[in-house]
Design a protein around this ligand. Structure first.
Ligand code: HEM
Length: 131
């Protein structure tokens, strides 16, 4: 059925896929997200998504979501942005973030798709240094 198909897509995706509720609390996470941030999958659930980012984003992120919900002015939804993620060991890495909004049971939720840019950035730097 559709539920099993969706499950298979999430399980096999290369990019990290995280959903949050309207307050930023993580509701689902795929295996690629667990690998990327180096936490077990069940360690994400119920946490505020801001635990995956460094300052100043960490302190500001609840406000970003609240601003968007109040004003409707999207800074990332439908646009995308390169930002910095934070792994379990505290190390930082560049990532592309795409965010979309959906409604379920009359409540707003958001999906974040995260593409790790660290290998690409390292290659670019090596190429620059070789010149
Ligand atoms: C907005 C950073 C992950 C959902 C933003 C903004 C930044 C940001 C900089 C825009 C602030 C502004 O200019 O007003 C980050 C960082 C992340 C991260 C560094 C690293 C892990 C996520 C994830 C989701 C998410 C995984 C969803 C599952 C949102 C939402 C908004 C937002 C809903 C407000 C809507 C918008 O501005 O378009 N975030 N974010 N973020 N983020 Fe995140």
């Amino acid at each position: 059925g559709q539920a099993r198909k969706l499950q298979a897509i999430l399980e096999s995706a290369v990019d990290a896929i995280i959903t949050i509720d309207g307050r930023g609390t993580i509701t689902t996470v795929n295996p690629a997200a667990a690998r990327l941030f180096d936490y077990p999958q069940d360690a994400f659930i119920g946490q505020n998504v801001h635990f995956l980012m460094p300052e100043p984003y960490h302190s500001a992120h609840d406000g970003y979501i609240a601003n968007y919900r109040r004003t409707g002015a999207a800074k990332i939804i439908g646009i995308g942005r390169e930002v910095t993620g934070r792994r379990r060991d505290g190390s930082l890495f560049p990532m592309h973030l795409a965010v979309s909004e959906f409604e379920m049971d009359g409540r707003v939720h958001f999906t974040g798709i995260i593409h790790d840019l660290s290998a690409q950035k390292a290659t670019e730097q090596a190429l620059r240094q070789a010149q």
